[in-house]
Design a protein around this ligand. Sequence first.
Ligand code: SF4
Length: 561
Amino acid sequence: MDVPANSIAPPRASATRERPNVLLVFPRFNQNSFWSLRAACDIYGVRCPAPPLGLITVAALLPPEWNLRLVDRNAEELGPADLAWADLVFTGGMLPQRVDCLEVIDLCQAQGKTVVIGGPDATSSPEVYEQADFLVLGEAEGIIDSFVQAWKQGDRTGRFQAAKFKVDVATSPIPRFDLLRTKNYLYLGVQFSRGCPFMCEFCDIIELYGRVPRSKTPEQMLAELQALYDMGYRGHVDFVDDNFIGNKKNIKKFLPILEQWQVERNHPFMFSTEASINLADDPALLRLMARANFFAVFVGIESPDTNTLNMAQKKQNTRRSLADSVHAIYASGMMVLAGFIVGFDTEESGVAQGMIDCIEATSIPVCTVGMLTALPGTQLTRRLQREGRLLPFTDLGRGDQCTAGLNFVPLRPRREILDDYRRVVQSVYRPEAYFGRVRNIGMLLRKKHGLRRTPNVPPARTAKRDLIALLRLMVRMTFVRTDLTLLFWRTLIWTARNNPGALHVVATQMVLFLHLGEFAKFVVRDVERQIDAIDREAEEPARADAGPAVRATARSAALTR
Ligand code: SF4
């Protein structure tokens, strides 16, 4: 039977333009990274720590009639059928995802798919991603409409740049949480604000999101949490804010409303976040966070040395006892995780011991100790460029700041810095030292002010998963990690007797050690390889006599291993 011309289905090209199939692909993080938390994921029976909040926010900004699917390469494979389905592929991520992100672009383009790249690393280093068909740079809310319009009018390449720091996050939609397989993740993320008022020299956050924090409204935030609640999710939710207390006025308005919301639903979520250490100066704010069921805060301590903190423009960490500040946070019932950095210009030879002492005095079990890294677009990178000290750093996408830092010519001998770095990592991740700090926080975490609940009690709905994880941990610590058996049981029994309310936190810290202890050994081996390479270079007399330019090249070669 002949079909009249006007009844023929519209050609695919037109469907592609109006209702494209969009595949959102989240690239893999480098596996050898502090935050990959592999062993912890095994214990909890999940595939990776956290889902791609940025990509599902972009998904919410796309036209509702577009067909969307998500593949998180940290949790699942990107198969040929996924690519065959897609008209368009959106991808992008952070620096430790760069290697895989470039692979994703290659894979997609080999199948003739149009690739759109965005996210923080593409925004900081667009030149790395020139091969993508579309570059959508900056905060998506400020630019995605221009891309959509270009796509609909038939463009198949283009570059779009959002105006910096202009997005009003109060208009940001609820992320498409429905695209996630929540069972794959240790925890989920939400975001209340972007930006941070401080000006640390090495920080790329303030370059990407500005120094005037922009917040969502309390109603908007509760709508996001309600969406998670309605999906049946319970448990750990991380506020991924750059500095949760960047705008104290707004956060103090929001927290009592959040507390009320939690009480009405019998505390479905436990929260964590990142904040500057001046949180410790505000007892009212600490109380509000604890009452809303925040159980953990990541704080950038960076260095125990005041000169170094001043030079790094981290003045908020000076004129205080770091140990007293951290203990004030513990006293509110929240635990502290912290970041430390080795490799600043003003460091002296005592830096390693000073840092080890600081970590012991603050009793922080989980410390990311990294090497200073000049991240693209930061004040530090600009200064080092001016001073002619920035090195071409081919390994930047390979690891994280623990193995791929010091991408510049330091003022102290590189070997000395590496040696100090190795000493700190080796010392703070000795099992006796780590479990000792875990026991300390088990004692220091006190009942939250004015709450009937003991600190850090997980929601009832996650009890089964937590119990299974605890049993797996017991088996692993007793029969597999026999080197840790005594420390584990001593710490567990001691906490059960002295502060049972802190058991959940203490058990979590011990789970984390299964990854962190092994990762520390990997870092130490990696640093030792770098030190050996420097020693070998020094032993070659021809090179030793060859002058500064060749020595700089040798340093660079040692870095790239
Ligand atoms: S406090 Fe943190 S987020 Fe703020 S500028 Fe310093 S490093 Fe960046």
